[in-house]
Design a protein around this ligand. Structure first.
Ligand code: PA5
Length: 477
């Protein structure tokens, strides 16, 4: 693997603790060893399915090989990102869904939480923005804070047909033209190698610098390809560390027994819980840096598992609604529901053994015991105590929860988490016998948008929309 020493890598291993899913801690609300072992054959079949189909583009399983097959691409990205850092003041990603959530997640996980507000000499790269909406106010406000001629725009779209991304592109193109900038100097595409509109645009303009979003890699599995790697490298993230972490987790998941494979065990726990009516999966990191990892995970889990037909064509309505929750912030909003509401959730806690810094709590207010006891502790102690206390309170209330312990947050441990969740999703999809890698359910809304904006070829859809019954005014109050 060649990333630091074996000893260091092992000291950075992400660990799964699922005690609080078991009957030892939850009584009759938890899984017995017998219940968990009843999933062995399903789990082994899922393991085999994923193993046998690794790297197959036609099944959208190309993501499994990303930790191993990008040596030249990584070298190119590192060289390009050095140039970008020299030449530009701003770096803006235009993309949506899988083309945006990964870059947002890695930036927040591994950069200063107020990165853009730091003075230039304290930042590792240009100011960084990811625009993943078509709210006009957001676009206006972006244009207020960047200078397009000093900005590198990374347009990320596999299809080049995504209305949101292409709308942003048209606006930026216009801005660059107004400033007399040659688009080739300020724009980088990340897109399909051979198909799609960005490829066409690039060819027409005589070649825009482009990175490939590989064939067998779907949007939500794309963080470890140029979609995520270029933006990460630009802000100084160690992308070799991300890939090494992913490979390390892959190595920890080589065995077919769930008890020896953290991603497979996590999939078993979630699927078994879903089958008992736990329709909600809460992702609760105790780290502001991991707030957007929860967003990224929500897309991965929701879009991959929310399906209405099995692989053999039988109707089904499966999936689990992912919810993001931030520790400790959401202890003061959501945890009441989690401990006393319906028994319909599994909570995944992400716990850091060590934060990037300590923050001592000074002594003070000595005559107010409610406050004085805090003095002499540290913020790390407080957040870790609250994390442990939430796990305890959930368990005491009979609520399923498990913890992923992260030794510290760095590129290597983040890479482990990404690969763990991707594998977990692939295993869970195989156990549910669905196509994990498609997303037919998002198409209807896209078609209706095309029809409403008068796109050629969508006349029938427009007629369908026009034929809806008129709204009953009595129901609008
Ligand atoms: O996960 C997915 O496949 C989606 O979220 C896509 O990433 C998103 O719809 C953007 O698609 P494209 O990259 O074609 O613009």
């Amino acid at each position: 693997m060649g990333y630091k020493t074996k000893e260091w890598r092992n000291s950075m291993r992400v660990r799964l603790d699922y005690n609080n899913m078991t009957d030892t801690f939850l009584g009759d609300k938890g899984f017995s060893a017998k219940k968990l072992s009843s999933y062995s054959s399903k789990a082994t079949a899922a393991f085999r399915f994923v193993k046998e189909n690794r790297g197959k583009d036609e099944l959208f399983m190309g993501w499994t090989e990303l930790p191993y097959n990008q040596k030249e691409i990584v070298a190119d990205i590192l060289a390009t990102s050095r140039e970008i850092r020299k030449k530009f003041q701003y770096f803006v990603v235009l993309g949506i869904g899988g083309s945006a959530l990964g870059p947002i997640m890695a930036f927040n996980a591994l950069c200063h939480l107020h990165y853009n507000d730091l003075p230039k000499n304290k930042r590792k790269g240009p100011k960084f923005y990811v625009e993943d909406n078509v709210d006009p106010v957001r676009m206006r406000d972006l244009l207020d804070v960047i200078e397009p001629e000093k900005t590198c725009f990374n347009v990320i779209s596999k299809s080049g047909a995504t209305s949101e991304t292409m709308t942003q592109y048209l606006i930026i193109l216009d801005e660059l033209k107004k400033k007399g900038v040659n688009i080739k100097d300020n724009v980088i595409f990340t897109t399909d190698a051979n198909r799609g509109n960005l490829k066409k645009i690039s060819d027409e303009l005589g070649g825009i610098k482009s990175y490939v979003l590989p064939d067998g890699v779907g949007g939500r599995f794309s963080q470890l390809c140029p979609v995520g790697l270029l933006p990460a490298a630009v802000v100084g993230i160690d992308i070799n560390g991300l890939l090494a972490g992913a490979a390390y987790m892959d190595g920890l998941c080589k065995r077919p027994q769930p008890s020896k494979n953290p991603a497979l065990m996590s999939a078993v726990l979630q699927v078994a819980a879903m089958e008992e009516g736990k329709n909600i999966g809460v992702m609760m990191p105790y780290s502001d840096n991991l707030k957007y990892l929860a967003d990224w995970y929500c897309q991965l889990w929701a879009e991959s598992l929310g399906k209405n037909v099995t692989l053999d064509g039988k109707p089904c309505n499966v999936g689990q609604t992912p919810v993001k929750s931030l520790g400790v912030t959401d202890q003061h909003s959501q945890v009441q529901l989690y401990t006393e509401g319906p028994y319909d959730k599994v909570v995944t806690l992400l716990s850091l053994d060590k934060y990037a810094c300590e923050m001592p709590i000074p002594h003070g207010c000595e005559n107010i015991p409610d406050v004085a006891f805090l003095g002499g502790h540290t913020m790390q102690e407080l957040i870790q105590a609250e994390n442990a206390a939430t796990a305890y309170a959930l368990t005491k209330a009979g609520r399923m929860n498990y913890t992923l312990y992260i030794p510290e947050l760095n590129a290597f441990t983040l890479g482990q988490l990404l690969f763990l969740f991707e594998l977990q999703t692939a295993y869970a999809g195989a156990m549910l016998n669905i196509d994990t890698f498609n997303q037919p359910g998002v198409e209807e809304g896209k078609k209706a948008t095309f029809a409403l904006l008068g796109k050629a070829g969508y006349e029938q859809k427009k007629a369908e929309l026009d034929s809806l019954p008129a709204k009953n005014e009595n129901y609008i109050i």
